[in-house]
Write a protein that binds this ligand. Structure first.
Ligand code: GTP
Length: 322
C-alpha cells in the first residue's frame, strides 16, 4: 500500500488559451481528463489515498473528483493560495499525512501532466528493494536536448541532475513520477516556493543521499504543449496508449504484474489479475483470479473463475473453462 500526491497546480502557460479556464490536468485526452487517467493508474498500483495539490483554478477539481469514492480511492485536497512550485506543493500536500508516524510507507508523487503506462507497482518494489530515500522513474528519449537529463551509475544510483544542454551525457530523463521516503519529504521547507527539479533533487544528490533511477520504457507522454495533447488523444484512440480510465475496475480488485487491459474492460469485485493480457470489451465476474492468462477480445468470464497459464484463442465464441 502507498500514499500519493498529484501535482496539478501549475499555470500551464504553454497551453494558453486552453488553460485560461481549465487547468492543464483537467484538459480531456480522448474525452477523459489527464488527472482521471492518472488516478486510475494510481489506484491500480495500490495507492489508497491521493492528495491533489492544487493552486491555479483549484475549484475546478473538487466538483469533479469529490472524495474519490467513484474511483475507489480516497482523494484529499491541498490548496496553495499562491503556487509554491513543485517542491513547495509536495511539502504543503504532505501535511495531510502523519509523516512522523508513516514508518517506511512510500509516498508516490506524480507530475499532473503525464500520461504513462509504466508500472507504478514495480517502481514501488524497486524503491523498497534499494532502500531508496527517493526513486524516480527515468525514461530514455531519442533527443534529450529539450529536457534536463539524469545519469546513474551501474547500480541505478543517480549521479547528477543536469540542466538542458546541447550534448546531453545520457538519453535518460526524469519522467515525472517520484517515490519519497516520508523522512525526506519532511526536509523540504514548509510554506516556501521550492522547485523539486532545480533545488531538492540536486541538493540530495550533492549530499550523496540514496536517490535511485527506476528505468522502464513504457508509453510515456508529457502533455504540456498543444501538439502533445493532440498526440495523447490520438494515441489513446489508436490504442497506442491504453488507459485504465477507460475500464470499470471494482475498488476491491487488484491488477498487478504489468497486466494490460484493453478498452472498456470490466473487472468485478475481489478479482486478482496478475501478469495478464486482456483484450477489449472483456467482462470479468466477481471473485475471479487470472494469473498469466491471455484473454481475447469480448470474452465474458464467469464469477469465481480461477485460471493460470491459460491462453484463450481469438475466437470469442470459445467457452472459458472455470
Ligand atoms: P507551463 O507553465 O506550461 O510550464 O506548465 P505548468 O505550470 O504545469 O508547469 P510544469 O509543466 O513545469 O509543471 C509540472 C507539474 O507540476 C504540472 O502537473 C503542474 O500542474 C505542477 N505544478 C507546477 N507548479 C506547481 C505549483 O506551484 N503548485 C502545484 N500544486 N503544482 C504545480
Amino acid at each position: 500500500m502507498a500514499l500519493g500526491i498529484l501535482l496539478v497546480g501549475g499555470f500551464g502557460t504553454r497551453l494558453m488559451p486552453l488553460t485560461s479556464e481549465t487547468p492543464k490536468p483537467m484538459l480531456p485526452v480522448a474525452g477523459i481528463p489527464v488527472t482521471e487517467h492518472q488516478i486510475m493508474a494510481a489506484k491500480a498500483a495500490g495507492i489508497h489515498t491521493l492528495v491533489l495539490a492544487t493552486s491555479y483554478l483549484a475549484n475546478v477539481f473538487t466538483p469533479y473528483f469529490g472524495d474519490g469514492s467513484r474511483w475507489g480511492i480516497k482523494i484529499l485536497y491541498a490548496v496553495e493560495k499562491e503556487p509554491l512550485g513543485t517542491g513547495g506543493a509536495i511539502r504543503n500536500a504532505a501535511q495531510l499525512f502523519d509523516l512522523a508516524n508513516l514508518g517506511d510507507e512510500p509516498i508516490v508523487i506524480f507530475n499532473g501532466d503525464v500520461l504513462s503506462r509504466h508500472s507504478i507497482a514495480e517502481q514501488i518494489k524497486f524503491h523498497q528493494s534499494k532502500n531508496a530515500e527517493v526513486s524516480l522513474h527515468l525514461i530514455d528519449v531519442e533527443d534529450a536536448r529539450a529536457f534536463g537529463c539524469v545519469p546513474t551509475d551501474s547500480d541505478g544510483r543517480v549521479t547528477a541532475f543536469l540542466e538542458k544542454m546541447e550534448n546531453p551525457v545520457t538519453q535518460s530523463i526524469n519522467a515525472g513520477c517520484y517515490i519519497f521516503h516520508p523522512r525526506v519529504l519532511n526536509e523540504i521547507p514548509l510554506g516556501k516556493v521550492v522547485s523539486i527539479e532545480r533545488e531538492t533533487f540536486p541538493a540530495l544528490v550533492k549530499d550523496a543521499r540514496a536517490i535511485y533511477g527506476y528505468r522502464e520504457q513504457a508509453y510515456w507522454l508529457d502533455v504540456g504543449t498543444p501538439a502533445a495533447l493532440f498526440k495523447g488523444s490520438r494515441d489513446l484512440i489508436d490504442g497506442d496508449f491504453q488507459s485504465l480510465a477507460e475500464c470499470k475496475i471494482d475498488p476491491s480488485a487488484t491488477i498487478t504484474g504489468k497486466s494490460s487491459l484493453g478498452a472498456r474492460v470490466e473487472v468485478g469485485a475481489d478479482c486478482i489479475i496478475e501478469d495478464c493480457i486482456v483484450g477489449d470489451d472483456v467482462i470479468i465476474g466477481n471473485g475471479t483470479t487470472l494469473r498469466h492468462c491471455f484473454i481475447a477480445h469480448g470474452a465474458h468470464i464467469a464469477p469465481a473463475t480461477n485460471l493460470e497459464n491459460f491462453y484463450q484463442s481469438v475466437r470469442k465464441s470459445e467457452p472459458i473453462p472455470s
